[in-house]
Design a protein around this ligand. Structure first.
Ligand SMILES: [Zn+2]
Length: 169
């Protein structure tokens, strides 16, 4: 089958691993077999859903762990990842990020590699030990591919896209 049973019709991501890795059940007794990726997504979406092992040992725990880091209806953010501020809202945090926090999170997202900036300086900025200069801000914004305004408003993806999603299936 092209996708597992748990995929949302608007979700265009590929399955990850066996499509009967886990079984996700709702409170009304309905259940579906799922790959670990879509199992985590439906688990995060359906109220009080539970996950049980099916064909793959350990997959239920993995799906559960991922679901805790997954917003409901996660497919909405596949094309345009959730921003730092949206992520805070999802977590229930009322948050106006400071410039230093935006720079820190941006540099962490870039894994401390900012083209044009020394690794030492990126480390100091990414750990909020120094204040960013205008030149630093311009480099970080360019590395993220966003405007300065978006950088300083936390309006950039809160984390890098999952790199292994399309590899193993
Ligand atoms: Zn799937």
């Amino acid at each position: 089958m092209p996708t597992c049973e748990a995929i949302h019709p608007e979700d265009h991501t590929a399955c990850e691993g066996p499509q009967d890795a886990v079984r996700v059940s709702d409170q009304l007794g309905g259940s579906v077999l799922a790959c670990v990726h879509h199992g985590a997504r439906i688990l995060a979406t359906v109220t009080a859903a539970t996950v049980a092992p099916a064909a793959v040992r350990g997959a239920a725990i993995e799906a559960y762990r991922r679901a805790k880091e997954t917003p409901p209806l996660a497919f909405q953010w596949d094309d345009e990842p959730m921003t730092l501020v949206e992520h805070a809202v999802w977590k229930g945090i009322d948050w106006e990020p400071t410039q230093a926090e935006c720079v820190r999170d941006a540099i962490m997202l870039l894994r401390f590699r900012v083209p044009g900036m020394s690794p030492d300086r990126a480390f100091l900025l990414g750990t909020t030990q120094i204040e960013a200069s205008d030149a630093d801000l311009a480099l970080v914004a360019a590395a993220l591919g966003v405007t300065l305004e978006k950088l300083l408003a936390g309006d950039f993806p809160w984390r890098a896209p999952r790199e292994n999603t399309e590899e193993n299936h």
